[in-house]
Design a protein around this ligand. Structure first.
Ligand SMILES: [Ca+2]
Length: 375
């Protein structure tokens, strides 16, 4: 079934209010339609403009029905006459301003609709020993909008066999090769929407540097069993998280709302060098409270080590994270360990995202080699 560009569910989807069955249908349509993706992007831009326009208006809380009505009112109702599909910015501003005036006359407050959550208490802790040092972070004024500034990333490493080190790694010894990933195609195009997340990692330009790993290190997570805090995903099956497939409209697993984790059992103790994971990258999102831990036992009691953590207010209860939130993309998130760690179990946490409260995984890869057992 094709989705029409005037389908009202696009608005609900853009605002993160669509129920799973409809959301699945919309996302399948988005995967194949740049026009629909542009429409969703424009709806979000209008919503962001409304938030700016209304931020100064003191009003009481709205009922859910009133919120919905306002969001629907923000959707452009007529298409531009020109051949291009871009709505001029001034038109969007005028629309936002017009709605703001109406809202003011009604004496309503809607700014709480789109404001970011309260600023967490940010306490910086030193990174876990062995993790690469990361760029310093900055915490913006509460309510200030964080766009994704550009910055020139580290130059890519040299050709295969080069000793150009990955940031945080020493020069690679003999027998090391650059990590080679099988990346899915990019899904969202252009500049990501403005995303209100504190300390958001700057957008990288240029090629991503890849770490050097021993040449006998492989993706030890491929085909291994996956368990989760949500044993019955809303969409997909847990085994899809290690099946090697990263593309297609049904490639992702959707876990329930709030804090959730997935756990990879490598089947034996491994020397882990790099962990890579893809949450979801059809549209630009930031997943909240992303953390990666390893342990020697499936209950995460013995020898638990935290390898990545951007939970800056410790809402996961794993400790205050110092890593930066980031926009998920087709590249996946790299956690590089200059000093490899030994473990059998890998657990990844998240707690919703900037589009909705749900959690998603397309794939998790653990680059490691088995630890030789015996005397
Ligand atoms: Ca997969």
């Amino acid at each position: 079934m094709s989705i029409d560009i005037d389908d009202p569910r696009l608005t609900a989807y853009a605002l993160g209010e669509l129920d799973p069955p409809d959301r699945e249908q919309i996302e399948q349509a988005l995967a194949y339609s740049p026009e629909l993706r542009e429409e969703v992007e424009q709806i979000r831009q209008v919503a962001a403009l409304l938030a700016d326009e209304l931020a100064a208006e003191p009003m009481p809380h709205l009922t859910p029905a009133q919120e919905r009505a306002l969001c629907l009112a923000a959707q452009p109702r007529s298409r531009p006459a020109q051949t291009g599909r871009t709505i001029p910015l001034r038109s969007l501003l005028a629309l936002a301003a017009g709605v703001a005036i109406l809202a003011s006359l009604a004496g309503l407050i809607v700014y709480s609709l789109f404001l970011p959550p309260p600023s967490p208490t940010s306490v910086v802790q030193p990174p876990w020993p062995g993790t690469p040092s990361r760029a310093p972070t900055r915490v913006p004024t509460p309510g200030a909008e964080m766009t994704v500034p550009e910055y020139r990333g580290t130059e890519p490493p040299g050709p295969k066999g080069s000793d150009t080190p990955f940031p945080g790694q020493s020069a690679a010894p003999v027998g090391h090769v650059p990590l080679a990933l099988d990346l899915p195609r990019p899904q969202f195009i252009g500049t990501p929407e403005n995303i209100r997340v504190e300390a958001l990692r700057p957008k990288r330009t240029g090629q991503r540097p890849m770490p050097m790993i021993p040449n006998d290190v492989v993706n030890a997570a491929a085909g291994t069993p996956v368990t989760s805090s949500d044993p019955a995903p809303v969409l997909g099956e847990l085994k899809m998280i290690t099946d090697g497939k990263k593309e297609g409209p049904n490639a992702r697993v959707e876990l329930g709302p709030g804090k959730q984790w997935v756990q990879i059992d490598l089947q034996a103790e491994h020397e882990i060098h790099v962990i890579v994971f893809w949450h979801y990258f059809l549209v630009a999102r930031v997943y909240h409270d992303v953390a990666v831990q390893v342990a020697d036992d499936p209950d995460f009691i013995t020898n638990v080590r935290t390898l990545f953590n951007n939970d800056r207010d410790n809402s996961l209860g794993l400790g205050v994270g110092t890593d930066q939130p980031y926009v998920d993309s087709h590249e996946g998130e790299l956690v590089v360990l200059p000093k490899p760690v030994k473990a059998r179990y890998v657990r990844l946490y998240s707690a919703g995202n900037t589009s909705n409260d749900l959690n998603h995984y397309v794939e998790v890869e653990v680059y490691a080699r088995a630890v030789k057992q015996g005397p």
